[in-house]
Design a protein around this ligand. Structure first.
Ligand code: ADP
Ligand code: F6P
Length: 483
């Protein structure tokens, strides 16, 4: 029976070593959380990195890592610490990530990183080929694996290969600056179907293909000498029912079942009448606009002091890529900003910002989503932003206001949110005032529309739509051959 081979840099499970034992936790990030439900429900094998380098896993635990992965229909790829440095911290996160998010000043062009990127992409491609059988469908994910589709195609010319990019694809003017632009485009074009979250990213990609490689592009089809490649947008959804159900369960908790966080959040809301909590959740990443958000919050409190003691910004930042200097710098900047603003505005009974720098279990995430009447998400660039969608899905009584940056892919589908430019502090402050004053009926009306759309365009539909379009390319290929 044919199967789907999913391949992404990171597996949905994260393995770590605690007191000589392996600990398994779920991976954080849109790709892992989104795709997990597709993997769980279907007949698929997922190939990726479990989060530990070869050197970090003691010899006696090596088999155990593979076993833990196998229990979840996954295959763990071994990467050495040099490979992780050059491929993951290097080319993926010091070259492609900043460039694709328009942070050109952070983008490094280093031959050694490129060498490791090719080496590790080849390793992933070889791993796919070990499991690939005729009739299988291969689904490659994200910017860490841009070369994999063509590497697989070279060895398995008949394979049906899909590629989905979870981050923005930049405009041609930005992409053209990459020294290895031709190789990267040729690498992705090994796929039969290439998917993006939005039409804009798709358009940017097509424009780069036609201007750099000079292939013929008609609407969303690229004609290669031997094949046609289709490009389309598939905005990723969430596992709506899972978040909705988790929120409903959260409200059923009796006092003694509540988490400490839930109790503290409830206490704040009960002790300060007409108070509101403003939530933000992100990986600590410079693309997420975390420092901008804190500054905008300061602007808001300066301009509207009547909100002092009435609001609290609850900020969860998950540690991410801390070997890359920009992430370490951002961490220091955020620590400093939070300290300064708490020092500036705190009163004996109130602190304006609650800042958590850690990962939290799913239950706590739900505590936060359900307790905060406002979500403030201000990315400078973001491929999609699933947190925005998760927040709305957990608002089971339909109240709550989402303030969302227009730079997030999700903003294209979430018009009923308050859409802002995160660089415009006045606009952010106005949106916060609007959110505070928004009548409940209006909140309900907006959220019901959002919920209806999110329920329909769930992650399941996203994956099914992509798969359907991928299977259709097989038929197109036969038609192309007969011309
Ligand atoms: P990105 O993919 O850039 O990290 P997204 O907003 O698209 O950004 O996705 C983030 C995902 O990570 C969401 O599905 C969210 O639920 C999950 N997540 C964020 N913070 C945590 C956390 N502390 N613990 C567990 N999961 C988290
Ligand atoms: O969404 C972009 C992305 O890189 C995903 O591939 C991943 O889910 C998430 O960010 C987390 O990144 P990392 O794997 O580097 O921790």
């Amino acid at each position: 029976m044919s199967k789907t081979i999913i391949i992404s840099n990171r597996l949905p499970l994260q393995i770590s070593i605690e007191n000589d034992h392996l600990e398994v936790t779920p991976s954080v990030g849109g790709l892992a959380t989104g795709l997990k439900s597709f993997h769980k429900d279907g007949d698929s094998v997922w190939i990726g990195w479990p989060g530990l380098t070869e050197e970090e896993i003691p010899e006696k635990l090596k088999g155990e890592v593979q076993k833990k992965a196998k229990d979840e229909n996954c295959v763990a790829v071994n990467l050495s610490s040099d490979e992780i440095d050059g491929f993951y911290y290097g080319f993926s996160n010091r070259t492609v990530w900043p460039l694709f998010h328009y942070f050109m000043e952070y983008t490094e062009a280093d031959d050694t990183y490129w060498k490791f990127y090719k080496q590790v992409n080849q390793k992933y491609a070889d791993e796919i080929l070990k499991y690939y059988e005729e009739g299988d469908v291969i689904w490659v994910h994200d910017y860490q694996l841009l070369l994999v589709p063509n590497m697989v195609r070279e060895k398995a010319p008949e394979a049906v290969i899909g590629f989905f990019n979870h981050i923005p694809f930049p405009s041609y003017e930005v992409f053209r600056t990459l020294p290895w632009r031709d190789e990267v485009l040729e690498g992705v074009l090994g796929a039969d179907l290439i998917g993006f979250h939005t039409y804009d990213y798709e358009r940017h990609f097509l424009s780069s293909v036609s201007r750099i490689l000079r292939y013929q592009v008609d609407f969303n089809e690229i004609t290669l000498p031997d094949r046609i490649v289709k490009v389309d947008s598939f905005p990723m959804g969430i596992d709506y029912k899972k978040f909705e159900q988790a929120a409903l369960d959260h409200f059923k908790n009796t006092e003694d079942q509540q988490s400490e966080l839930q109790r503290r959040l409830n206490h704040h809301l009960e002790s300060t009448p007409d108070a509101k909590l403003i939530l933000s959740i992100d990986r600590l990443d410079y693309t997420k606009g975390i420092a901008l958000r804190i500054r905008a919050f300061e602007y808001f409190l300066d301009k509207y002091p009547e909100f002092i003691e009435k609001v609290r910004l609850v900020m969860l930042a998950v540690p991410s890529r801390s070997n890359v200097p920009q992430y370490r710098r951002l961490k220091r900047e955020v620590d400093e900003l939070v300290g300064r603003i708490n020092g500036k505005f705190s009163t004996v009974s109130w602190t304006p910002i609650w800042y958590f720098y850690r990962s939290m279990p799913f239950e706590n995430l739900i505590d936060l989503y359900t307790s905060c009447g406002i979500a403030l998400l201000t990315p400078i660039r973001d491929g999609m932003n699933l947190v925005a969608k998760e927040y709305i899905a957990t608002r089971t009584n339909h109240t709550g206001v989402l303030i969302l940056s227009e730079m997030a892919g999700a903003a294209h589908e979430m018009n009923e949110a308050l859409i802002i430019n995160p660089n415009n502090f006045e606009q952010v402050a106005q949106a916060l005032c609007t959110a505070f004053g928004m009548p409940e009926e209006e909140q309900i009306q907006r959220n019901k529309m959002l919920q209806k759309r999110l329920r329909r365009y769930s992650v399941e539909k996203w994956a099914n739509d992509f798969m359907k379009a991928l299977h259709a390319t097989r038929e197109n290929r036969d038609a192309f051959k007969s011309i």
